[in-house]
Design a protein around this ligand. Sequence first.
Ligand code: SF4
Ligand code: SF4
Length: 439
Amino acid sequence: MSAPTQPHGIGTCTRCGLCQQACPTYRDWRLEADSPRGRVQIIERIASGERPDAVMAEHLYACLGCRACETACPSGVPYGDLLEYGRHEVERAGMLAPERSGWRAFRDFAFQRVLPSRAMFSLMMTPAKVLRRLPTLARLLRSLPLSGGAQRALSMASVDTPAGRGRLSAFSPAVGERRARVAVFTGCVMDALFGGVNEALVRVLRASGCDVAVPPGQWCCGALNVHAGERQHAVEMARSNIEVFERADVEAIIVDSAGCGAHMKSYGRLFGNEPAFAERSAAFAAKSVDATEYLAKIGVAITRRPSARRVTYQDACHLAHGQKISQAPRALLRAMPGVEFVELRDSDRCCGAAGVYSLTHPKMSQHVLDEKVAKIAETGADTVAVTNPGCYLQLAPELAARGIRVRHVVELIDEATSLVPRDGLELALAAPRASGLCR
Ligand code: SF4
Ligand code: SF4
């Protein structure tokens, strides 16, 4: 397994502590080692040559990876990169607490066998597809005395997600005047459980004047792997995607999963040891754009009233903190006729999904989720708009019991737009055609 180059942020933390209150684990546990500053110190010790032990590993894995500390930090410490580096070194050293042996087995299976393979991933998604059709079975299983992680997995697997109707066409032409040629990144979880969102994205892009390619051969971006310290397969998945999208020859690669987008935009850091691939990974990263960022930039014809009435918005950590995008989704939601947009208190705080965190640390995940659900209930919204599949799966079961729906922002935009020629439609948002994204 190749070692990552030492991340550039080592040594930039000034120990000011301004990140502490942004951190969910520090707010709850009040332990320095479970704060961003404490974790940065652990990572710096590893970078200086100290062999990570099980206690250091535990503190690094107790982190949600939400990157709220990165937004709070005045010194620009790239916490996300440092965490990936630290976890990778922990994995290389094989140092985990004995009670985490189950995690080791899960990790090896999920990150080395399942996520790199479309066939294996589809097979593993079968129980989720069955449970969605058999809610009585799901309820029965949930009544069993299962561990917190298993309960959480079951709860997420039972969510009735907007599945698609089938494979997307490799090419769909723009409706009306052609303004750009783009590609859609379909992902793994998005492809398996949220195909309806990917289909909605293609419709909205076409209605906005884009020729849309969905290149065959693309697959999982590798974000879950790299966040868990598994780099070998993550690098291979990134390499494969870069090659696939190079052949597609598009101006932009549109992604509707915030976690995938944040990772794709930083593919370059995976190839620090491969100068020959650095330029290609940088070109891929530069073309990668979040769906809301792209649509707000090119202008989308929002003319119809969607099914939601009172909508609030939950910032995905990897959109707000990882990509610094918070205004674009709000602008799109505010532009919808007949929709009352209400702000959510502390909307940029993590919902507790955090990749596989809700499975590995169910207690903290549930605590964070309970806080989030209470704040959503305060808004009186009938709908919570999200931009990440993890947030959707985490929030939906809790909110369904309160009669609140979770929808992807792209689903709502799709309901509010019309697949007819652009001419004659009123543009709800300005369309800066000189943006370089859509000419
Ligand atoms: S990423 Fe989130 S959980 Fe981890 S240290 Fe930063 S604020 Fe805390
Ligand atoms: S990570 Fe940033 S905010 Fe936190 S202690 Fe270090 S310099 Fe200060």
